[in-house]
Design a protein around this ligand. Structure first.
Ligand SMILES: [Zn+2]
Length: 182
């Protein structure tokens, strides 16, 4: 299910000016927090997974954005332009979100990329109780005993793309929420 874009593909690409490095975007950012050490109330995360849901070219403001998936194929109808189909997120992960639960797929690949196995538990917790609001400035959670915490932040700002994937910067956070599992 987890497909990585091959090295020859640039990923997101402005079809008007050929920029593939920098975009204005609205994104969901995901982080998987873990206790710094077992039983610690202090948590930290390794990676921030940027999942843009709207994007325009930073260089020429065009909203005509394709996804270059190989040296000879550019997808023009995708999640960002038509709301379904292929979606490029995080570390060059190419998802097909045509007829699936986007968040379930995302949780699975985030867990897989971190070597964690309880993605079903996290998805169940999401379906049972949803997200709780999170105070991102303090980076603390309501309970100290979580084994894993999935954080979602709504971000507006700049997305940079390089050979490692997408990175969020100079952004403002509108909303943050989390789910913890034991
Ligand atoms: Zn452009």
């Amino acid at each position: 299910m987890l497909k990585i874009l091959d090295d020859s593909a640039r990923g997101y690409l402005c079809l008007d000016c050929d920029n593939s490095k920098i975009f204005d975007a609205e994104s969901d950012l995901y982080r998987l927090y873990k206790p710094v050490k077992s039983g610690s109330a202090e948590y930290d995360f390794n990676n921030e997974i940027a999942c843009p849901y709207s994007m325009k070219c930073y260089e020429c403001s065009s909203e005509n954005i394709g996804i270059e998936v190989s040296s000879d194929e550019i997808i023009k109808d995708h999640k960002l332009t038509v709301g379904h189909g292929m979606w490029l997120v995080g570390e060059r992960w190419l998802l097909d979100v045509s007829d699936s639960d986007d968040l379930k797929d995302l949780i699975e690949i985030i867990f897989e990329s971190e070597g964690e196995e309880k993605s079903d538990d996290m998805h169940d917790a999401y379906e049972d109780d949803g997200f709780d609001a999170w105070d991102w400035e303090n980076e603390t959670f309501s309970e100290a005993e979580y084994a894993l915490v999935l954080v979602n932040i709504v971000s507006t700002g700049i997305i940079r793309q390089d050979e490692y994937g997408l990175g969020d910067e100079d952004s403002s956070y509108d909303n943050a929420q989390y789910i913890g599992i034991y």
